[in-house]
Design a protein around this ligand. Sequence first.
Ligand SMILES: *[C@@H]1O[C@H](CO)[C@@H](O)[C@H](O)[C@H]1NC(C)=O
Ligand SMILES: *[C@@H]1O[C@H](CO)[C@@H](O)[C@H](O)[C@H]1NC(C)=O
Ligand SMILES: *[C@@H]1O[C@H](CO)[C@@H](O)[C@H](O)[C@H]1NC(C)=O
Ligand SMILES: *[C@@H]1O[C@H](CO)[C@@H](O)[C@H](O)[C@H]1NC(C)=O
Ligand SMILES: *[C@@H]1O[C@H](CO)[C@@H](O)[C@H](O)[C@H]1NC(C)=O
Ligand SMILES: *[C@@H]1O[C@H](CO)[C@@H](O)[C@H](O)[C@H]1NC(C)=O
Ligand SMILES: *[C@@H]1O[C@H](CO)[C@@H](O)[C@H](O)[C@H]1NC(C)=O
Ligand SMILES: *[C@@H]1O[C@H](CO)[C@@H](O)[C@H](O)[C@H]1NC(C)=O
Ligand SMILES: *[C@@H]1O[C@H](CO)[C@@H](O)[C@H](O)[C@H]1NC(C)=O
Ligand SMILES: *[C@@H]1O[C@H](CO)[C@@H](O)[C@H](O)[C@H]1NC(C)=O
Ligand SMILES: *[C@@H]1O[C@H](CO)[C@@H](O)[C@H](O)[C@H]1NC(C)=O
Ligand SMILES: *[C@@H]1O[C@H](CO)[C@@H](O)[C@H](O)[C@H]1NC(C)=O
Length: 703
Amino acid sequence: MIRVPHRPAVTVILMALLALSIQALSLPNSAPAAEIKFSLAGGLAQKFEGIGGISGGGATSKLLSSYAAKFPRKYNQILKYLFKPKFGAALQILKVEIGGDSQSTDGTESSHMHTADDVSFDRGYEWSLMKDVKKINYDIKLYGLPWVFPGWIGGPDLDPYYNNSSNLLRYIMTWVKGAKAVHGLHMEYLGIWNERPWNADYIIMLRKALDASGFASTRIVATDSLWDVGFLKAAAANKALYDAVDVLGAHYPGADSPPEAKLLNKTMICSEEFSAYNDINGGGCWARILNEPFVMGNLSGAIAWNLLTSYYRGFPYSDNSLMSAREPWSGNYQVKPPIWVTAHHTHFSEPGWRYLPVGNGSGLLPGNGSYITYVSPDAAHVTVVIETMDPHDAHCFYSMPQYPIADVQTVVLKFTDGLSSITRFRVRQSVFDYGNRTARLFQKLPDFPVVNGTLKLTLTKNTILTLTTMDDAGPTDDPSQIVNEKAPTNETFFPDVYREDINELRDEEEPRYLAPQAGVWEVRSAPDGKRAMAQVVTQPPVDTCYPRFPRPGALIGDYSWTDSRINCSVWLPIWANASTGVYLGLQANQAGASMVHSSGVFAWLLPLQGPGCGGYCTVLLMTRDYGMQQAVYSSVLDGLARDSWISVSLQMLKGFVQLRVNHKLAYNGTSGWEKLPSGWAAVGTQNFGVAYFKDLSVERLGD
Ligand SMILES: *[C@@H]1O[C@H](CO)[C@@H](O)[C@H](O)[C@H]1NC(C)=O
Ligand SMILES: *[C@@H]1O[C@H](CO)[C@@H](O)[C@H](O)[C@H]1NC(C)=O
Ligand SMILES: *[C@@H]1O[C@H](CO)[C@@H](O)[C@H](O)[C@H]1NC(C)=O
Ligand SMILES: *[C@@H]1O[C@H](CO)[C@@H](O)[C@H](O)[C@H]1NC(C)=O
Ligand SMILES: *[C@@H]1O[C@H](CO)[C@@H](O)[C@H](O)[C@H]1NC(C)=O
Ligand SMILES: *[C@@H]1O[C@H](CO)[C@@H](O)[C@H](O)[C@H]1NC(C)=O
Ligand SMILES: *[C@@H]1O[C@H](CO)[C@@H](O)[C@H](O)[C@H]1NC(C)=O
Ligand SMILES: *[C@@H]1O[C@H](CO)[C@@H](O)[C@H](O)[C@H]1NC(C)=O
Ligand SMILES: *[C@@H]1O[C@H](CO)[C@@H](O)[C@H](O)[C@H]1NC(C)=O
Ligand SMILES: *[C@@H]1O[C@H](CO)[C@@H](O)[C@H](O)[C@H]1NC(C)=O
Ligand SMILES: *[C@@H]1O[C@H](CO)[C@@H](O)[C@H](O)[C@H]1NC(C)=O
Ligand SMILES: *[C@@H]1O[C@H](CO)[C@@H](O)[C@H](O)[C@H]1NC(C)=O
């Protein structure tokens, strides 16, 4: 995906407080207003699947477990803002990555099967997230999807469908069964392969395997990519494939579905959407995503990438999420506008409710903008959500409709045929003032009376309005829902000195602040029995990055760091699966898939065995890049044994780099280092192979 730069809004709009008013019906001077009909007579449209967020794709919740450990109350508050019914976003779906040991946007997530005969359900942070969310919202619908896979699945060509997908099927079924048996987590939805090729035989086999293992109620979503007409045509032509798929899941569909999709008459959802910066512009975009895809494309649910920014600032797509919690050192977190935009829908609807069809309760407004209506199964409750977000202000990542919006429009809502008994609505309103960078979100207004089945509204641009027959116990004028983006923020930064304390971690747990971009680090016992952080990926994974990562690497610290130091002890075992070398780095300036292009100060220890080296020695290599293309220095270090701890300290101060190995100065020099851009500290291995790291610390030096 290509990042769309955040564009400041330029439109000046009418005063927020005048955003909406109810007018008496029979005012003599009122202009003729367009009438909008709400009726049950034509029956109900699709079932509403729900609104959700994605943890993963990848490592987007990386820093959240540190909140759980250090700030449990704040951790709980964050989950409440996201998932607690009728509280914040009150999300109905949680989609997680099935960790695959490889980079999947903001890092790697650990796999439950690193190798063909390895299995553990105690890795990564998605299990604990799902379980903790379930404690807050028992009815949460879970959705698992792989982005990448351990290399063993893919055979020689790293193709997950290798050997008739036999490895893949075993791998995914092991995860689904383990989720249930070990963690009590049932998958409502299961995807195929994020934004990558699908395979009809695999989908059909997966359906059979789920049915045969007691997971008949787990629904297969395909294809988790942009609309794939090839797939849609295949599903129309192949009954087994058609029957195997329950939900058509499209990424960034831009409010529409192609005729080939509609023809299949299946549930359709935006299975990944949003990817917008979570300010008031992104909040406005999310409001459009929650309405327009139903009105224009029959899509009946939306899932935001991503759930929560819990990865370092400067990583790809920072704050492209519903809210942000990326300061685990202080416990700070930010509840962002998309949270309250979601609440407009989720507080007053449930998955399983149905929409009113376009023309009879859902549609486009006469001055543009849209409205949808959710109806409870017994038709006892009705919730209408109206949005007049200007596409120019509420800019979306992918192309949503670009119509202009009337500054003000007056509409008369007519409730007939089964809805004429409604006499009042509870009301929630969000008003965005893009000129002032302020918004009053999800504010409770006094009830709107419905007189004789009729309600007249004057709608200004950039407003969201929920009308519901449900109760609403929320307070009026909740100050936490007032946003002023010009006010100073209280961002806290990575500590000046940080030591990774693995004694706080379980076996197989990922180090707290170390953020793997390729490879996976887990707490394991080193050959001497000491607990350490092991890089455990021993063969190139089924990577979806181009170019592929040649080697593991993990980042820590802050991207603004220049003068800094990293200390770490390293151990290269003599096992067949060991790596051929290790490195420490400073000022690594690229994260995510771009880490392959990272510059920085990289110090490599590369053991050599052979006659040219007097039997055994270690080559020290200094490079200005992760890619090992820009070497600036090399030497041979004597007296370093392979199968033992070696302490390394790498420092950059005012353009001078010093490297100490076992406390001896091994490199001291300038070499244009001062020209390097700032960046994170890094550790890694030369190739996919095991190495151990302990006593990791990073420091910011200088002022
Ligand atoms: C809308 O309702 C009318 C009856 O009021 C009905 O005839 C029509 O079929 C309905 N349209 C849709 C799309 O359901
Ligand atoms: C191919 O899959 C079958 C199971 O369907 C398995 O027995 C066989 O070992 C696999 N072959 C290879 C080369 O992985
Ligand atoms: C397995 O895949 C091979 C090609 O990779 C194919 O020739 C063979 O027919 C497949 N076997 C089954 C049982 O599907
Ligand atoms: C579409 O699916 C719905 C629900 O499964 C069903 O009631 C309806 O008859 C189907 N319509 C067509 C045209 O197949
Ligand atoms: C899709 O929506 C249109 C109206 O917008 C409606 O006429 C049509 O029946 C819907 N199709 C399905 C499959 O629900
Ligand atoms: C609504 O959008 C359409 C284009 O989709 C445009 O032609 C029309 O002028 C817009 N209406 C208003 C009131 O701006
Ligand atoms: C900003 O807000 C102030 C006070 O609410 C209001 O007087 C002013 O008109 C607003 N400015 C713009 C550009 O909307
Ligand atoms: C209510 O609506 C009906 C039909 O539209 C109309 O005949 C009647 O006069 C209205 N009553 C009031 C009090 O407005
Ligand atoms: C920032 O901190 C100040 C003082 O501690 C506090 O009054 C203010 O509310 C905080 N602002 C935010 C956005 O948290
Ligand atoms: C590497 O090999 C050693 C020795 O065979 C084994 O104990 C260890 O589990 C392996 N590690 C990984 C991550 O495969
Ligand atoms: C890192 O190592 C250097 C050199 O041995 C030492 O001076 C420094 O205090 C160490 N830093 C930390 C945080 O332990
Ligand atoms: C490191 O190099 C600088 C500049 O050449 C020199 O001044 C300094 O003495 C050296 N430090 C050591 C410990 O050799």
